[in-house]
Design a binder for this molecule. Sequence first.
Ligand SMILES: [Zn+2]
Length: 455
Amino acid sequence: MRQKRNSSTVLFLIIFVGIISGIIYLYNSKLFERDLPIVTMTSAQYWNLKEPIDVSIEDESGIKYYEVKMISADGEKVLSHEALLVPQKKLELKVEFPQMSQRIQDKEIAIVVTAVDGSQWNFFSGNSASIEKRFIIDKRKPLVTLVTNSYGIYKGGSALVVFKANDENMNELYVEVNKEKRFKVQPFYKEGYYVALVAWPVVQKNFDARVVATDKAGNKTQIHIPYYHKAKNYRVSKMKLSDRFLKGKIATLAAEYPETQGVDDPIEQFKIINEQVRANNEKTIHTITSKVSNETISEFSIKPFYPLKNGQKVASFGDHRLYYYDNQKVSESYHLGLDLASVKMAEIKSQNHGVTVFAEENGIYGNLPIIHHGMGLYTIYGHCSSLKVAPGDAVKPSQQIANTGLSGYAMGDHLHFGILVQGVEVRPEEWMDEEWIRLNITDVMKNAKKLIGRS
Ligand SMILES: [Zn+2]
């Protein structure tokens, strides 16, 4: 009797343990997983009803059903739904706004995404997740109107543009040149107006400038700026590398620069200095000279630059230099400034107000002060023997900023005078010419203010 009871207890225990482990097994098995599908929607807060909305759904056991619906003043509308015969682990959906509802007047709508996974949990019905997101509807493109611009622009030169732009959800506003370089714009004179200096990079054959405005809903407006394009030929010159130059200046520089450490061949040293070191030094200059203030500007009075008294031009801006050794072309580069020489260690002066933004050694440019004159217009002074300004210093017209020298990659005492517009080197001659400045910059701004005052 007792034995029988014992064996039925054992049997009961076995069954009990079996059921428990079955439950534990099912509870932990993938078939019965209890993780909800993960639903994510685009981070955008605005919708222009044109671009589709990105929705992503993920689930370990696979998604077997989803539904996307829109809630507007007209009620609920299913935009997309699908029951999947083979559950998918990840779904990327592009949800389009329904064509039929184009006349929607709602300022805001909601999108609700519901997804169910293939788990056997919840009495075989699966785990269900639902998220709702509200979007502000903005179908209107930013409004951009040109006020005025410089009549023309030379290859390698500068120009001005003034325009009006507004959008209640403005996102980005800039001037784009050749679909790659973006020039920042600065608020001008009255609310809603902007001004920018733009440049035609000397190494680019063609020029196309447009004002681009985008809003937070992805609406985009592009307005072409109708500058008269003026071609300009720059010199291409063959330069022969002499052994004296390679064993002298180049060997000295090669010993100094990290890029040429461990390189013994003089031609290779020259190549690295002329290409790699130059590129690194110019990158530093471009970064420093790309900044523009966000403050509203209404005056930009600039006088012709004349950095060196009685300075004789010894090399031009835009020269394309091809370097040869033993009749073999070994390297090439563009000279992106104007070389001026007078006496040794001559005084360098700024003819315009500005702020010193850089004043230290910069590779082949030697000791280099950089001064910002406003509106993204910068001047640089290379190869100096001494610096009379420090970063942060305000500079006044006719104040001495440095002395000429031959620091960096320079053969004789001279000044490498460069002008940059938002990180792009431009022809210094324009900014040294009173007539050019008046016609292309100051008069254009004056005229813009007149036009804005009238509107
Ligand atoms: Zn130079």
